[in-house]
Design a protein around this ligand. Structure first.
Ligand code: KE4
Length: 429
């Protein structure tokens, strides 16, 4: 049997890159297959180095809300490149993007641009600690906030599938100030706050969890976090790296009507380029250097090419609020297809969907937290993943990620995907 170019590249790249990938989930480890090396992508499609084309529901883990290589974004980036790639000096574009972000999310009075979600979260937590003078933070089991040392404690996302609950190489002392509560479990938060509340700088939460698969906040949960942080003088940080500009132009904070003290953004905010941000109340952000004593810096922060991609992407989304209803409708169609599959096949399937975000879990459910999410049958997920791939549909290679719909996914492509979902392959019975 002839070997695919992806297999050859995977073999070669593993000699030079750990696992042959630059981010663990891309290695297809939890679905037991050779990762596809991608050659190009356009609109709703992604094409691997062997010329196989797929309908893409990974969308680069969220940035691709406009579809791949949106012509307006590409043209603007090409033009920007002709003016130089990076100056290491302030530019008008950084201010324009900051204005767009602050306009979209009024809780963000000031914002600092950085280059990754990890950096945004790490910096937001430092700002929260600097502002409150407190050391402890509370995060939630199954929430993933990037790979900064203090947060790799029962992280979600790839750490879940690689069954390594905490990363090695992180000194215990770096995580002593990280307390872990249970998502959607108010009591677990109350207990921690009763004991440590006056030491807690911030509670950080994914307002919609998307790194244990998509798990929605229960009614009142986010309001509760807002109240209890205010009560103890702690800050509330919404990690909107996924939900920002995804659930709506104003993100989860607009969707649920909750005002966090700090917000972290990434993915869509950079239009697919390495661009992320943290921001919030002006009095907190004024703690950040060079205004205040909280140091944070970055060579490529606010990079003119990345800010160009972010500005054009956000301006398109701002001009087309109707896009959000459209991609939500399509995500709901996909969710219904999974439910129909369960009715037909008797499989244990649970679907969580909100806006254009959804996850199918191979478990009876309900999936409302880390324990119910991790009760899923990851072998059944791997079989589902393989079947979808064989039918030309590229979904997340891990049970604990999200499925993303873009404005480039046409109605007929959604219908085709629903057909593939429902008519599961008998071989996987
Ligand atoms: P990055 O450092 O990967 O840009 O962002 C970290 C991050 C922070 N907060 C949330 C809520 C996130 O989902 C992420 C990153 N998301 C994963 C997907 N689950 C990125 C994909 C990957 O790790 O390769």
């Amino acid at each position: 049997m002839n070997i695919s170019k992806s297999e050859i590249l995977f073999e070669e790249s593993r000699k030079r890159i750990p696992g042959g990938v630059n981010s663990p989930v891309r290695a297809f480890g939890s679905v037991g297959r050779t990762p596809l090396f991608i050659d190009h992508a356009k609109g709703s499609h992604i094409t691997d180095v062997d010329g196989n084309e797929f309908l893409d529901y990974v969308c680069s883990w969220g940035p691709g809300i406009l579809g791949h290589a949106h012509p307006e974004v590409v043209e603007a980036v090409q033009k920007a490149c002709e003016k130089g790639l990076t100056y290491g000096a302030p530019t008008e574009k950084e201010w324009q993007l900051a204005e767009l972000i602050c306009e979209a999310m009024p809780s963000v009075e000031k914002v600092r641009l950085v280059s990754s979600g990890t950096e945004a979260v790490m910096s937001a937590i430092r700002a929260a600690r600097g502002y409150t003078g407190r050391d402890k933070i509370i995060k939630f089991k199954g929430n993933y906030h990037g790979h900064s040392d203090g947060l790799l404690v029962k992280a979600g996302s790839a750490a879940l599938t690689t069954a390594v609950p905490d990363s090695s190489g992180v000194p215990v002392s770096y995580t002593q100030n990280t307390l872990v509560a249970l998502y959607n479990d108010m009591n677990s938060v109350s207990q921690l706050m009763e004991e440590y509340g006056n030491q807690v700088a911030a509670i950080i939460v994914e307002p919609v969890a998307a790194n244990m698969g998509v798990v929605l906040p229960k009614a009142g949960f986010l309001e509760f976090l807002r109240q209890i942080t205010t009560k103890y003088g702690s800050l509330l940080i919404f990690d909107e790296v996924i939900t920002g500009f995804r659930l709506g132009f104003g993100g989860a904070q607009e969707y649920f009507g909750i005002t966090p003290d700090l917000t972290t953004l990434g993915k869509i905010a950079g239009g697919g380029m390495p661009m992320a941000a943290y921001g919030g109340r002006g009095d907190i952000m004024d703690m950040v250097s060079p205004v205040g004593p909280v140091y944070q810096a970055g060579t490529l922060s606010g990079n003119p090419i990345a800010t160009t991609a972010g500005i054009v992407t956000l301006e398109i989304l701002k001009k087309h609020p109707e896009y959000y209803g459209e991609i939500e409708r399509k995500a709901r169609q996909l969710a219904r297809a999974f439910e129909e599959r369960a009715e037909r096949s008797g499989e244990a399937i649970w679907v969580n969907q909100i806006g254009s975000l959804l996850s199918v879990f191979f478990t009876a459910g309900p999936v409302e937290d880390y324990d119910s999410a991790t009760a899923s049958d990851t072998k059944a997920y791997a079989a589902y993943f393989g079947r979808m791939l064989e039918q030309g549909v590229y979904v997340a290679p891990s049970q604990f990620e999200a499925m993303f719909v873009s404005i480039a996914h046409t109605d007929s492509e959604i219908e085709e995907t629903c057909r593939v979902i429902v008519e599961r392959n008998e071989r996987t019975e």
